[in-house]
Design a protein around this ligand. Structure first.
Ligand code: NAD
Length: 295
């Protein structure tokens, strides 16, 4: 067997096209242009690149982009005042505060100050509660993108055994909950799990989100598994070069897995596409208009 590559880049382009068409239709029918505000605090170079990409793609789908780059010295009170201002701005339908914040202790406080209907990252406690209880809300972008790729590859996920490596609030935990809501049997493994391979070997679906380069090897999986590799790890090469790899050793699993997302070009492009999907959904929620793209 040779694993099929799941082309996240092409799928994400399709999601963005659907969002662009629905945005144009919303403009024509209701004279509404969705707006996404991104707040970046400090000078993390990776976050700066990510925020620039977000702006470009937001504008490409016909939405308004509002960007705020605040100094690392911004106080919690100043940041909360900015969130407050965006909460009450009717032109802003989605608010994203780029994580990590320079002060880790501010993260939950600031995220929970965002109007839950504008929380396009889906990290607000109201939206995580909705996901945990199977209610419709705004779902974190990366796991939402993984779910879209899995449904496109496998169709109905009901009854499948899914193993998720990682239990972070932004990827692992919401991923497990989404798969549970799809009627999968879900096992979540993490850094304290004993005999991890025994768990991953039972997976029909394996989502790797540990941030450990090429950790998943041939003897971690069973034949026919579909693997979603969320990990993005930069590893050093000779002569001062480097490259990006996932959490899965692609060469090792290629003969056994049925399908796998590459790194780069798999889950990565889905995250921004889902952010735009969520911004459109948030706009529809705020204006009480049915969301045209489904859940
Ligand atoms: P995190 O560090 O917050 O969480 C990592 C999780 O993996 C933890 O729950 C930890 O228990 C678990 N873990 C760590 N080492 C492990 C091990 N040896 N065995 C089993 N479990 C282990 O990371 P995160 O924010 O959830 O991100 C995970 C990875 O996904 C990172 O590589 C990150 O860069 C990537 N990521 C990609 C995207 C994307 O758009 N593609 C988005 C977010 C995160």
């Amino acid at each position: 067997m040779s694993a099929t590559l799941i082309d996240g880049k092409a799928f994400a382009a399709g999601v963005r096209e659907k969002v662009a068409n629905a945005t144009a239709a919303l403009k024509a029918s209701h004279d509404i242009t969705p707006g996404l505000a991104v707040v970046l605090v400090g000078d993390d170079p990776a976050s700066e690149i990510y925020v620039r990409n977000k702006k470009k793609m937001t504008e490409e789908v016909g939405m308004q982009s509002f960007d705020y780059h605040l100094p690392a010295s911004t106080t919690r009170e100043e940041l909360l005042a900015k969130v407050d201002e965006l909460n009450s701005n009717p032109e802003v339908n989605g608010i994203l505060v780029q994580l990590p914040l320079p002060n880790k202790d501010d993260e939950n406080i600031v995220i929970n100050a965002i109007d839950p209907e504008k929380d396009v990252d889906g990290f607000h406690v109201i939206n995580s509660g909705k996901l945990a209880t199977g209610q419709d809300g705004l779902v974190p972008c990366t796991p939402l993108g993984c779910l879209m790729l899995l449904k496109d590859t496998l169709g109905d996920l009901s009854g499948k055994h899914a193993v998720v490596i990682g239990r972070s609030n932004i990827v692992g935990k919401p991923m497990s909950q989404l798969l549970l809501n799809e009627s999968c049997t879900v096992t979540t493994v993490h850094s304290r799990t004993r005999h991890i391979k025994e768990e991953t070997k039972r997976a029909d679906i394996l989502v790797a989100a540990a941030g450990k380069p090429e950790m998943v090897e041939a003897d971690w999986i069973k034949p026919g598994v579909v693997i979603i590799d969320v990990g993005i790890n930069r590893i050093a090469l000779p002569e001062g070069k480097s490259k990006l790899v996932g959490d899965v050793n692609m060469e090792e699993v290629a003969e056994t897995a049925a399908a796998i997302t590459p790194v780069p070009g798999g889950v990565g492009p889905m995250t921004i596409a889902c952010l735009l999907h969520n911004t459109l959904k948030a706009t529809c929620i705020q204006h009480q208009i049915p969301f045209p793209l489904g859940a």
